[in-house]
Each structure stands twice: as C-alpha cells, then as structure tokens.
Design a protein around this ligand. Sequence first.
Ligand code: FAD
Length: 336
Amino acid sequence: MIETDILIIGAGPAGLFAIFQAGNINLRCSVIDSLPQPGGQLAEIYPKKPIYDIPGFPEIKAGDLIKNLLKQSEPFKPHFTLGERAETLEKTDDNKWLVTTNKGTVHKSSVIVIAGGLGCFEPKKPNLENLQDYENKGIDYIVKEPEKYKNKDIIIAGGGDSALDWTIELSKIAKSVCLVHRRPVFRASDSSVSTAFEMQDKGVIEIFINSEITKLEGTKCLERVEITSHEPECKILKHTDYFIPLFGLSPKLGPVKNWGLNFTKDLIIVNPEDMSTNIQGIYSIGDISHYPSKLRLILSGFYEATIMAHSAYKYIYPEKKLSVSYSTVKGIKPLN
Ligand SMILES: Cc1cc2nc3c(=O)[nH]c(=O)nc-3n(C[C@H](O)[C@H](O)[C@H](O)COP(=O)(O)OP(=O)(O)OC[C@H]3O[C@@H](n4cnc5c(N)ncnc54)[C@H](O)[C@@H]3O)c2cc1C
C-alpha cells in the first residue's frame, strides 16, 4: 500500500503543479494516471505544439512545459503510479481514503484531488471478432515497458505519430517489426515517415499500407494475424508475438462518475473558494472541475492547484496555522 497526504488522480498540468504547491507546504503527494507518461493532454495530444498563454513564457512547447513541471515537483519526491486507472474509493475507520487502481495498486491518503481533465484516455480498439481473447495475451494498446518486446516479433497498426515513433523505437530491440496502416498516407510527422521508409528500404522493418489486420489466431495467446491488403487485393497470415494497435485514445470519465460526487454533465461541481467537492476530503482541480466563470485553461489549473493545496492543509491539520510565505523568502525545502 502506498501512503501519502494527498493522492492526485491525473498527471496533467493541474495535477503536476499541485505536487509543487502541496510540497511547498510540506504535504507529500502520490499521483495516479491511466497513461504511461505524465502530462495529460499536453503529453498525449499536442507535445510538440507551442503554447503562447503561459505567464512568463512567450512561447513554450507543451512537452517542455511538462518537463519543467516535473522538474519543479522533483524536490517533493512524488510517487507516480502510471498506466493504471483509479477505480474504487473507500473510506477507512481512521478517516482516510483508499483508492484502488484497475491493476490492484492501493493508495491510502488523507485527501484526494481529482485532476482528471477530460477523463481517462481509453484506447480506440480495432473491430475484430475475438479481440478480447488476446488482450494482455499478445495484444497491447499502449507501450508501457518497451523491454518486454526485446527479441520478439511485433506488428504495429496505425498511421499517426505514436505508431510511427514506436515502430522506429521498438525496431532497435525487437526481432522484427511490421507496421500496418489502412490508408496510403501516414498522418505522422514527415521526419518519422521518411525514417520509417528508409528503414524499410534497408530491410530493418516491413510496412504494409492500404492494409489492415482482419483475423487473430492462437491457442493460449496470440500467435498469428491475418493481414489483408486492399491494393493489390491479398491476404497473408503472419506469425507475431505481439500486436499493438495504436489508433489513438479517446477520453472517458470512467469510474470516478460513481464515487458519489456532484456533477454537471461530466464536470465535478466544486466550491471555487477552496476547490472542495460535496464530499469532505475530496477536491477537484483543472479541466474536470466546474464553478461559475470557470475557464478551461492550463492557467486556471495552476491557480486552482494553489487554492486546493492550502485548503487541503487546513483540512489535514485543522489545529495548525498556515501563513502564505513567498518562495523568494523561504526558498525550496525538499521533502525527505
Ligand atoms: C490541441 C489542444 C491545444 C490546447 N492548447 C491550449 C493552450 O494553448 N492554452 C491553454 O491554456 N490550454 C490549452 N489546451 C487545454 C489544456 O490542454 C487543458 O486545459 C489542460 O490539459 C487541462 O489540464 P488538466 O491537468 O486539468 O487535465 P489533463 O491534461 O486532461 O490531464 C488529466 C489526466 O487525468 C488522467 N485521468 C483521468 N481520469 C483518471 C482516472 N480515473 N485514473 C487515472 N488517471 C485518470 C488522464 O489520463 C489525463 O492524463 C489545449 C487543449 C488541446 C486538446
């Protein structure tokens, strides 16, 4: 069991800045995110896009902003549970919370902060008859531990950045990598596409365009896939250890919806004075929280994280006085 003062659900910019603000007043944080990397929408949807409305940064790439937020949170030694979805919520006899993930990791905390943004990013899945039979038995939707694919035969499907980037990356350790895309043209960055085709020319990888996976076969786990090519029309059966469809992710609010919180549509209603929800000890910040005049911007999440940290401190230590002191005056005091 992982014990902490504040458990943050969602490692987007709001959740990451909350680690800093909480750490600054001696509160320790753990973070759960269903994605394999921190950064929320910025890391998953637009890491290479420049953002122009972060105060003090006339222009900063989304991926760089996340790197900076992680660096800023480092002194406060957050614990990250990545690639796992917060699933169930229980109250303990000592007035704390237990949150269990879909993979069974249990977190115990005094306060919970839901910074879930648009919700959990769920993989878009291919439409194949017996898909579920092979999930985690040869089919993966995210690449969490690349080492797992060492010396294995892999088939990746998809035409975006993620499919191209992992094809290039995994080809360094896998026995073979084959990329299958149902359209003639890839949507990924020009440099990744040309690297992939150069690798194909050198015989390092195989690329099938105008093609899709149409059948999965195997006894206990996935052993073969059928690749159907539409131009020219043909089918081949190919041995594989892993099939990784990378068709993108779509957000779904998920289990948090059943935790007894007050919602308006899919947004958690909070009191903007302290970012508290209708349940004592549970706060919400960032895109997923709602109050009159809310602006769904990174900037708002930063401010809300600050308000939340101070409210959470008063909730955890009602007897202690917390005064605001400038960082320039007190500096950074790392947590042990
Ligand atoms: C293309 C694009 C461009 C944008 N440009 C700008 C801009 O220029 N300026 C600006 O201010 N804003 C911009 N935004 C909006 C900005 O990205 C969001 O306001 C910001 O990401 C919200 O941050 P967040 O931390 O609240 O949530 P998110 O970034 O959405 O992160 C939430 C995280 O919570 C995780 N999560 C949710 N539920 C669970 C659960 N049950 N268990 C585990 N994990 C969970 C998700 O996986 C996700 O990683 C843009 C958005 C997009 C899509």
